[in-house]
Design a protein around this ligand. Structure first.
Ligand SMILES: [Zn+2]
Length: 99
């Protein structure tokens, strides 16, 4: 069993640089955000889609996951507010018809 001291330094270096190169190709979290919110089109959207689905980058998929959860939480009150307003206007409409 090799102790950590005996690990080939060249191998460690290679793994580290491959990881860095992989991460360099990662789209910026801002780009991931505009992709998930649907505000991205064309080649950039294709690149992000490929990166997430084909490359299955664990880092970016985790970022997208977190951003989606964040957006869902942010959307919730707006939807409820909209539903309340719709219910109120429907009730007003019904009352008006009855009079
Ligand atoms: Zn990535």
């Amino acid at each position: 069993m090799a102790s950590p001291d005996e690990v080939d330094p060249h191998l460690v270096f290679t793994v580290a640089s491959v990881w860095r190169e992989e991460r360099i190709s990662c789209p910026h979290p801002d780009l991931l955000r505009s992709f998930t919110s649907g505000g991205m089109a064309g080649g950039a959207a294709e690149f992000v889609a490929f990166h997430l689905r084909e490359s299955q980058c664990p880092y970016c998929n985790a970022v997208v996951e977190a951003q989606r959860a964040e957006e869902d939480r942010a959307k919730q009150p707006v939807l409820e507010d909209l539903r309340d307003r719709l219910l109120r206007s429907t009730a007003t409409e019904l009352r008006r018809k009855r009079v």
